[in-house]
Design a protein around this ligand. Structure first.
Ligand code: ADP
Ligand code: ADP
Length: 229
């Protein structure tokens, strides 16, 4: 089985068709990049994969199991699929460590001390061990996004989704987040990334998918799609 199989997915918002029969497959270790203009359906597609959005037609499978069925255990699914958001989605009243511990206790049922130990490991993994006790407002955007990535990694997900993870960052902070993502890819993490960063797509993706108006217009390895005649 592929790790992720998106099969002919349709999503409508009223009269608006956000996804118009999208199919996509990813194997373990693949890095998929979604490229397309604003409004083309990238964010909607990612949100359908972890059930933040419900599809209208088609199906999505994770490791051969139906994700989009009525009996799917959505909490378990969200543990298995980590999501990184454009605007970080951190709790402002919790420290970097606290943001990660919260999920570990709620989702993985860990004791506080064990949660803190694991949180610190993942903060170190993304290069911000020293900021464990800082609140989001005390961190740069790049550091906040790295907390967001560490929080997702702490769940030990099988798949990571990134929804324009660098779009809210000042240009000088984009590189540090892409570097963390590049390292995860090198370590074999399966990732599906919506981004406008063409350099990342060209150099890290195993598969690039162009979306327009909710349809896949092209998909393939970057060396094929970005080749210049
Ligand atoms: P992208 O991530 O590529 O910018 P989106 O997935 O955010 O695209 O949006 C795809 C289309 O669906 C757009 O036309 C957008 O306006 C619409 N859309 C997205 N979310 C909603 C929503 N919650 N309600 C209504 N329309 C939405
Ligand atoms: P992005 O393009 O970065 O994915 P958007 O700015 O399109 O993000 O959407 C941000 C939020 O607003 C999302 O939760 C999305 O579902 C919602 N949204 C987007 N378009 C619409 C719309 N036309 N009507 C209602 N909600 C929308």
């Amino acid at each position: 089985d592929p790790l992720l199989e998106i099969d002919d997915v349709v999503k409508r918002y009223g009269d608006e068709t956000a996804l118009d029969g999208v199919s996509l497959e990813m194997d373990r270790g693949d890095v998929g990049v979604l490229i397309g203009p604003s409004g083309s359906g990238k964010s909607t597609l990612l949100r359908c994969v972890n059930r933040l959005t419900e599809i209208d037609d088609g199906a999505i499978y994770l490791d051969g199991e139906l994700v989009t069925g009525p009996d799917t255990d959505v909490d378990d699914l969200r543990r298995r699929i980590g999501m990184v958001f454009q605007d970080f989605n951190l709790f402002t009243h919790l420290t970097a460590r606290g943001n990660i511990v919260l999920g570990l206790r709620r989702v993985r049922g860990l004791e506080k001390a064990e949660g803190e130990r694991i949180a610190d490991e993942h903060l170190a993994q993304v290069g911000i061990a020293e900021q464990a006790d800082s609140y989001p407002a005390e961190l740069s955007g790049g550091q906040q996004q790295r907390v967001g990535i560490a929080r997702a990694l702490a769940m030990e997900p099988e798949l990571m989704l990134f929804d324009e993870p660098t779009s809210a960052l000042d240009p000088e902070l984009v590189g540090e987040v892409l570097a963390v993502m590049r390292r995860l890819a090198d370590e074999g993490m399966t990732m599906l990334v919506a981004t406008h960063e063409m350099g990342f797509a060209q150099s890290v993706a195993s598969q690039v998918t162009f979306l327009d108006k909710g349809r896949v217009v092209e998909t393939g390895p970057p060396e094929k799609l970005f080749e210049h005649p």
